[in-house]
Write a protein that binds this ligand. Structure first.
Ligand SMILES: [Zn+2]
Length: 192
């Protein structure tokens, strides 16, 4: 009897959970396209140390797709994840509201050996939470096994509940309001 250990809030959260396992063929066409983009970009992965290629694809509100792949480092600790690369690419392209992110990983020495969903690491969850809160969306996260046999559909709210972010600091709209000032400052500098 474990149920009594759960608070009413926890039980309510579980009741509305949208976490689900889904087969690739049962996904909407747009999600399949996004996952294929994430898989395709793993060709560019720089992963000599782990031998594990990860790709991420972000779909923004504009409908555009922004991709990224992991970029490892000999010092290991400063290795960049695919999700960081994809979100940074979206931001660089002026895409500030994210609808969905797809993540996929595989061991390229044995391409079909990873049959479990590759979910975002802790740091990446924090980064997704930032763009989710600042963009006002509960970003959907599609975590995929390298062989596409196992896909986990969740939201960032489920992967990182009660996240600390701009909302915690009352700053959700702060950057939206500031962005025109930033652009004006750049324009002024360019005129010098
Ligand atoms: Zn990560």
């Amino acid at each position: 009897m474990i149920a009594h250990l759960h608070s009413e809030e926890q039980l309510a959260a579980e009741a509305v959970s949208t976490v689900r396992r889904i087969a690739f063929k049962d996904l909407a066409e747009g999600d399949q396209t996004l996952i294929r983009a994430a898989l395709d970009i793993t060709r560019a992965s720089y992963s000599p140390y782990s031998g594990f290629a990860v790709g991420a694809a972000v779909k923004g509100r504009s409908g555009r797709v922004h991709v990224g792949t992991n970029f490892e480092n000999a010092s290991y600790g400063i290795t960049m994840c695919a999700e960081v690369a994809a979100i940074t690419a979206a931001n660089t392209a002026g895409e500030h509201t994210v609808d969905t992110i797809a993540v996929i990983g595989h061991k390229y020495t044995a391409p079909e050996s990873v049959d479990q969903p590759v979910t975002p690491c802790g740091r990446c969850r924090q980064m997704i939470a930032e763009i989710a809160q600042s963009g006002g969306t509960n970003v959907r996260v599609l975590s995929c096994s390298g062989d596409l046999s196992n896909i986990l559909e969740t939201t960032i709210g489920e992967l990182l509940p009660e996240a600390f972010g701009p909302a915690s600091m009352g700053m959700v709209d702060q950057w939206t309001r500031t962005r025109p000032k930033l652009a004006a400052a750049v324009d002024k500098l360019k005129r010098r």
